[in-house]
Design a protein around this ligand. Structure first.
Ligand SMILES: [Mg+2]
Length: 245
């Protein structure tokens, strides 16, 4: 008989659709930075930045990719990469270091304000509330959403930002950390996520039950891996495993 004591969830594209949020956040915080800086520079009679919105964003992205290559252990720590890339970009534009640091930090505050404005799937809150009465729940994300400020944060007594631990999924460290904090053995836990490589492969290797959220059809799944198209189908998986919901 299956025993299940804890369930861990990926966040982005598992409990909400993340693509629109990232696009809005990316353009939004950078636009906020350029607007704020334009006024600040004008007040001081300093020259305006040579960067516009689009070429500035492209330069910012290239700086992040370069930094991730130069400091590979930070490759999944997106907040750190963004902060350092913005600081370097602003210094390259002639801002004094102290001002570059201040504005980069302020832009990242705006980033996090926008990043938590996710819209969970309508079924997610009730599902997590019901599961939370029977199981210990954890969140394991590679993303840099603020773990205490997103709309479903209250359902997760344990939440792990794998990239900030410097061990982004599929590294098993984030899973092991979550299991330890949940005080549960891998075989008594289930992980739910949308990425085959980052969620399902490591969960399976550790001996956890795994639920893959994917609309891919016709894939032969290894034993212990279940596939659903949407989080709302999770109770059906629990029923098939003959564990309570
Ligand atoms: Mg995901």
């Amino acid at each position: 008989m299956t025993s299940l004591k804890a369930i861990t969830f990926d966040l982005d594209d598992t409990l909400w659709d993340n693509s629109g949020v990232m696009a809005r956040t990316e353009a939004g915080h950078y636009g906020w930075l350029l607007d704020g800086l334009a006024g600040w520079l004008a007040e001081r009679d300093w020259p305006t930045l040579a960067l516009g919105h689009d070429d500035g964003l492209q330069d910012y992205l290239e700086r992040r990719l370069q930094l991730a290559r130069e400091v590979p252990e930070r490759r999944g720590d997106f907040t750190w990469l963004r902060l350092r890339a913005l600081e370097a970009q602003l210094e390259a534009q002639g801002l004094p270091r102290s001002a570059a640091r201040l504005w980069a930090a302020a832009a990242m505050n705006e980033f996090h304000r926008l990043r938590v404005q996710v819209t969970p799937h309508p079924e997610a809150a009730d599902l997590l509330a019901a599961l939370g009465r029977r199981y210990r729940l954890g969140a394991i994300t590679n993303g840099n959403i603020h773990l205490k400020r997103h709309p479903l944060s209250g359902y997760f007594p344990v939440a792990i930002a794998a990239g900030e631990l410097l061990t982004p999924k599929p590294d098993p460290k984030a899973f092991l950390t979550a299991l330890e904090r949940l005080d549960v053995a891998p075989q008594d836990a289930m992980h739910v996520g949308d990425s085959w490589e980052e969620d399902i492969v490591p969960a399976k290797q550790l001996g956890m039950h795994a639920v893959w959220i994917s609309e891919t059809r016709g894939t032969a799944l290894p034993e212990g891996v279940h596939q659903i198209a949407h989080i709302k189908e999770l109770p059906g998986v629990l029923a098939r495993l003959n564990v309570p919901y």
